[in-house]
Every structure is written in structure tokens, then in C-alpha cells.
Write a new protein. Structure first.
Length: 518
């Protein structure tokens, strides 16, 4: 054991010792007085000797000889309960940001992250809703390699320079710690409370400049750097702008998003399709990817005129990546039927429960939840949202992806719990409440609630939906009290893993019978 102490210089005025210095002095004194010293001047600091030393020391001596405890933010059950309400995405009174509790009470100033994306200008010019902006950045998140990090005060100073160059015309995307995104004018953002920038990610359009050759933030840099948008580095995702004129479609990389009147002439050869979704599916296949998100930027004129122009923003990702990151909306070249996906998810749930040696009642709950978790997809509006109008019922979308707007807010998890709650086999299980909660929470909702537009009004009455919504909140509170905050979250993750593994299996192997349980 080595104990380093600092001798004060005799020619300097003595100052009041700090807490750490007092602890160092007490540690040195304890070692010198209570550890056995050899002839060579070393001390016996073996585990046995230290254990004996600690046993002989009083509580006061131990406290003095150990490093002082760091200051930490006061953590209460009320705060932890508030943070567990993850389906409440808006600001809640009494629910502060997590950052100060993660970083500790230090003298370090708050930080802000900056990234550059070409699509920010497209989204702002199209005046898309906050819901659309949130969807885009959930599907195409800002990754660590894209972020520049600096102190909040320095970031604000450089952003002021950019805002001065562009006036009120510059819009940026602001991402909270929870990943919630919104578009806001840069001047308005800077005029808000300074804390509005703390631990946020500011996503600038590429024409904002501000990035130096050595990778630092300098608002006076005006040059447009084509390499400041690195969202597609690694090749796992690809962003395209789709242009249409009548029934002809063209596509351009989003890096060429500052488009003028001659945009169609500069795009690749146009092809004829019946819809933008089919065009997106064909483009994705050309890049050996699948459609993740298709956002309408400019609506075609009503009436279907031959010269009607439209513009779309397309995100494509690798199938395996989509199966892991967005299993809810992953697109498939050969999409699995609903019964086949449920069968595969059930197999994985049984495998996971067996490997973890869950007690029998919880194992049965997980397996049953996997068997029912996507039954709510057997609804006409959900099937229409994945462009399926046939007799077969599918669990996933095809190459053209999914149009979430057709759902009108409907959540298939809510439909699934309504179906499962009516099943006598589910209701007879000892852990029936856990089964229903796992189904409800497998895409992050039900902590503690669903929005009203998530209800299944096509198959169930308003009274049934209202009662189910109340039961979701009651059930979450009771189960979290029973299993604990982390215990319930862990159980929820097991069903998510089963769903992801079944989705990935379908991507890698196509639709096939799951192997026998070992």
C-alpha cells in the first residue's frame, strides 16, 4: 500500500487545511501509530493487518481517516417514482432533469452538445409538427460520433454569432435528455432561460457553418462544410429526398437537400409508381436496406393533377439494425404473418425464462405475454397502415414500410391487452396482472398510461376502453410497488428481448418454424 501525502512549503503562509488534507493527515498518523513497522521502515499493510486495524479503530477514527464523502444531490423515492413515469414525456412539476443526479454536485459547469444535419432545414421549411420531428429523431437518432461537446456558456456564445449572421431565419432542432425533439428559431432559443441549453443537443442545419477544420465550434466560420453531417458514416442508414411529379418519382441524397427549381433535373432517372410508399420501397431495395420512416414534406395537390409536385424525406436502414432498434416498425422483404411472429416470440420467451431460471409463475407470465403481445395488430387500420389489404394478417410491414398516420394514434399494445384480458386462460393465471402489464409496456407505454387516441374503438366499447386505461395505471402502480422500480423494468425488458429476437430471426432466416426448445 502506498500513501501519498503533500508537504506544505515552509515559505508559504499556512492556510486552513481542506477536508481531504485532514483525512490524509489522519490516514498517515493511523498507519504510523497502528501498523507494524519493519526494520527497513515499511509497514505491514496486508489484508489481515488492515482488517485488524479497522476492527480496532473507533467509528470516529475511521471517519477521520477515510476520504470525505462527496456531495451528492438528494435522491428521494418521490423523484425515482416521477422518473419512472416514462410514458409522460412532457415536463412534470417536481420532476427535474436527471443530469445533475448523474453528474453529481461538482463545480464543473453544465455542457451542451452540437450536431449538424442536412434534414433540419427540410423539416423546418416544411413546418412539420412536433410529433413528426420526434418521430424522425427517434428513428434517426443523433449518435455519439456526430456530437461536439463544450461548456454551455461557450456554446451559447458561438451560437449567438450564428444567430447574428442569419437573423430570425435560422431554425434548429433541440433534443432534450429524454430524446424529445422540437424545431425552434435559434434566436428564440438563445433568448430563453440559459438553462434551456444545459445538457441539450442542438442540431444545426449544415448551412449554419460554425465547424472549424480541427472540429471545434466557432460561430464566425461561414464556410459550408459538406462533411459536418456524418449521420450516414458506417453505412447502416441512408437518407434520401424523394421528389414526385404526377406518378413519376426521383430520389436525391439528403446531403443535396438545398434544392432549387431545377431539383428534378439533377436527380436520378424517374420511375413511375402508384404511390410514394411503393417508390420508397423500390429505392430501399436498390440500397439493400428497408424503409424506416417516410415523411411528407410537400403534399401533392388534391385532385391528382398530372403536374402535381410533392416531396418526401426517406430514412432507410439495414434490416438487422431495424429489427433490433425499431422492431415495432421494421420492414421486411418477406414479412412474417402475425401467428408466425407470435410463435417465434413465444419460443424466445421460453428460452430466456429457462436460462434465467425464473420461478414458474413468472416464467408462465412471460411466455403468455409473448403469445399475446401483438394480437392488437389484427385490426384493419393497423393492417392498412402497413399497406396490407389482403386476407392474411401480418406482424410486420413489407418493403414499403408503414404509414403511422393511418393509425390515428391507435396502439396495438392496447388492443392486445383488451383481447388478452377477455381470455379465460390468461385471467386464470396467478400472474395475470403481470401478463397484461408486460404486453402493455413492451414498446415503452403504460408507465403509467396510454393516450386516449390509443384506444381500440373498432373492436371494443368506449366503456371497455376507459376501464382498460384505468386498469393500466392501477396495474403499473401495484406491480412497481411489488417488484420495485428496477425489478419491474427488468421483467419488461425480457418481453422486449423476446420480441426483438423474433424480429431479428425473421430478418436473418425469413419466416420459418422456430427450433425445438432445448
Amino acid at each position: 500500500m502506498i500513501v501519498e501525502t503533500r508537504d506544505r512549503e515552509s515559505n508559504k503562509q499556512e492556510k486552513e487545511p481542506q477536508d481531504l488534507e485532514r483525512a490524509e493527515a489522519a490516514t498517515k498518523l493511523t498507519i504510523e501509530e497502528k501498523l507494524q513497522k519493519s526494520e527497513a521502515g515499511s509497514y505491514d499493510a496486508s489484508p489481515r493487518a488492515l482488517q485488524r486495524l479497522l476492527t480496532e479503530m473507533s467509528d470516529e477514527e475511521r471517519e477521520q481517516a477515510f476520504a470525505p464523502k462527496p456531495r451528492v444531490a438528494t435522491l428521494t423515492d418521490i423523484l425515482l417514482d416521477a422518473w419512472s413515469l416514462t410514458s409522460v414525456r412532457e415536463a412534470l412539476p417536481g420532476r427535474p432533469d436527471v443530469a445533475p443526479y448523474l453528474h453529481g454536485l461538482t463545480a464543473d459547469p453544465p455542457e451542451t452538445y452540437v450536431a449538424w444535419r442536412a434534414e433540419v432545414k427540410l423539416l423546418a421549411d416544411a413546418r412539420v409538427s412536433k410529433e413528426v420531428v420526434n418521430l424522425w429523431f427517434r428513428r434517426c437518432p443523433i449518435e455519439a460520433r456526430e456530437k461536439l461537446r463544450d461548456r454551455t456558456d461557450r456554446v451559447a456564445k458561438e451560437l449567438q454569432k450564428i444567430a447574428k449572421r442569419f437573423g430570425g431565419s435560422m431554425n434548429v432542432a433541440v433534443l432534450s435528455e429524454r430524446g424529445e425533439a422540437e424545431l425552434i428559431a435559434l434566436v428564440d432559443l438563445l433568448n430563453n432561460n440559459p438553462s434551456a441549453l444545459e445538457y441539450r443537443t442542438i442540431v444545426l442545419p449544415v448551412d449554419a457553418g460554425g465547424l472549424t477544420a480541427d472540429g471545434s465550434l466557432d460561430g464566425s466560420v461561414k464556410d459550408l462544410k459538406s462533411d459536418c453531417d456524418v449521420a450516414e458514416v458506417g453505412g447502416t442508414r441512408n437518407r434520401q429526398v424523394i421528389l414526385s411529379l404526377g406518378d413519376s418519382y426521383w430520389n436525391l441524397p439528403v446531403s443535396s437537400a438545398l434544392l432549387g427549381e431545377t431539383e428534378i433535373e439533377s436527380a436520378s432517372d424517374g420511375q413511375k409508381f402508384f404511390s410514394s410508399e411503393r417508390a420508397a420501397g423500390r429505392i430501399a431495395r436498390k440500397y439493400t436496406k428497408v424503409v424506416s420512416t417516410l415523411i411528407t414534406l410537400v403534399q401533392p395537390l388534391e385532385g391528382g393533377e398530372e403536374d402535381a409536385k410533392a416531396r418526401y424525406l426517406l430514412l432507410m436502414v439495414e434490416p438487422k439494425q431495424a429489427a433490433v432498434e425499431t422492431p415495432e416498425s421494421v420492414a421486411y422483404e418477406h414479412r412474417p404473418k402475425l401467428d408466425e411472429h407470435l410463435q417465434q416470440a413465444t419460443w424466445w420467451a421460453e428460452r430466456i425464462a429457462t436460462c434465467l431460471a425464473l420461478e414458474e409463475s413468472q416464467k408462465n407470465a412471460l411466455i403468455t405475454a409473448a403469445r399475446w403481445h401483438d394480437r392488437g395488430k389484427d385490426r384493419s387500420r393497423w393492417q392498412h397502415s402497413i399497406f396490407n389489404h389482403g386476407a392474411d394478417v401480418f406482424a410486420k410491414s413489407g418493403p414499403s414500410g408503414m404509414d403511422w398516420r393511418m393509425l390515428g394514434g391507435y396502439r396495438h399494445e392496447f388492443g392486445s391487452i383488451l383481447d388478452a384480458a377477455k381470455n379465460e386462460e390468461v385471467r386464470s393465471l396467478p400472474e395475470a396482472e403481470l401478463v397484461l402489464h408486460l404486453i402493455a409496456a413492451h414498446h415503452g407505454r403504460a408507465r403509467p398510461h396510454f393516450e386516449d387516441d390509443a384506444w381500440d374503438t373498432d373492436h371494443h366499447t368506449t366503456a371497455e376502453n376507459s376501464q382498460a386505461a384505468r386498469d393500466v395505471m392501477r396495474r403499473f402502480g401495484l406491480l412497481q410497488h411489488r417488484f420495485g422500480r428496477w425489478g419491474l423494468a427488468w421483467l419488461e425488458s425480457l418481453l422486449r428481448c423476446s420480441d426483438v429476437m423474433a424480429s431479428r430471426q425473421a430478418v436473418e432466416q425469413g419466416v420459418s418454424e422456430p427450433p425445438e426448445v432445448e
